[in-house]
Design a protein around this ligand. Structure first.
Ligand SMILES: [Zn+2]
Length: 291
């Protein structure tokens, strides 16, 4: 029986079973495909090339904090579109889409928890929310997190991943850089430890403010860290060629802007070690008295 006859007789062709979406993941660095569950067990690091897959803010929170210790803060804080901005789309529409995609109301997840038993205030940016851009509500959530760290005397840990300031909010976005930086100054005056983790990508207003203000600045391997993006710099310099490792964390480390590159599977261990060494009970260790 040929296939035309089969259609006539009402026989259904057996539907070829497809691989369910998300069972395999393909590495954007080397193209290697890996079983999703194996990747999860490996902290979303490619077993072939050690490239770090992007992960969500909640995944970072669960891999960094002690189990069940996270209490989210200010989950309902969100931008109000103060300029009623519109480019190819209304900003309010972009906000709605970002909320649906990320499950967050803003481009950062904030809350308190413990790491190795040490109390911390944690903020993790999320690129699924308008490229993790720094909007007025993002800034407000960070400032409230800093206030909480000061009240409870907690170490502050911010995981950065962002395209920079949120252009749809113009100056409302840019002023967050100063607002957060001023708050971090108060945190420093309270002698509380502040650690930043720069992940791929960390750009613009985030690099130019709180990203680079950490007492300790860590970065994930091969994370892109810079101010202006590569295309802007190429246009500005009138060249198509930039060094291969331009704005890559390892190169940024060599130039002194980052303290250490830490692989994601070692991140929690490394941060707990730093807290235990520098601020074991939320308070910094006093330097030993001079002989
Ligand atoms: Zn790979």
């Amino acid at each position: 029986m040929n296939w035309l006859e089969r259609m006539k007789s009402g026989l259904k062709t057996r539907i070829k079973r497809e691989i369910p979406q998300g069972i395999w993941q393909q590495c954007t660095h080397c193209g290697h495909s890996t079983y999703t569950m194996a990747l999860e067990r490996n902290y979303w690091i490619c077993p072939e090339c050690t490239g770090h897959y992007p992960i969500s803010s909640r995944q970072y929170a669960s891999l960094l904090l002690d189990e069940d210790s996270f209490a989210e803060m200010d989950a309902t804080v969100t931008s109000s579109d103060p300029l009623r901005f519109r480019d190819t789309k209304r900003y309010s529409e972009r906000l709605r889409a970002a909320r649906r995609l990320s499950g967050l109301n803003e481009a950062i997840l904030t809350g308190i928890g413990t790491m190795g038993g040490h109390p911390v205030a944690l903020g993790v940016m999320d690129t699924r929310f308008i490229m993790g851009s720094l909007g007025s509500a993002t800034g407000e959530k960070i400032v409230r997190l800093i206030d909480r760290a000061r009240v409870d005397r907690r170490c502050l840990l911010l995981v950065c991943q962002s395209g920079g300031a949120r252009m749809m909010e113009s100056a409302f976005s840019l002023m967050q850089m100063a607002k957060i930086s001023a708050k971090l100054r108060q945190l420093a005056e309270d002698r509380l430890l502040y650690i930043t983790v720069l992940t791929d990508p960390t750009y613009g207003g985030v690099t130019a403010s709180f990203g680079m203000l950490g007492d300790i600045i860590l970065a994930e391997p091969r994370a892109r860290v810079g101010f202006a993006g590569q295309n802007v710099i190429k246009q500005f310099l009138g060249t198509d060629e930039l060094p291969e490792d331009f704005q890559i964390a390892e190169s940024v480390l060599q130039h002194g802007f980052v303290d250490r590159i830490v692989s994601r599977d070692q991140l929690a261990v490394e941060i707990v070690r730093l807290i235990a060494l520098l601020a074991p009970d939320g308070n910094p260790q006093e330097p030993p008295a001079a002989p």
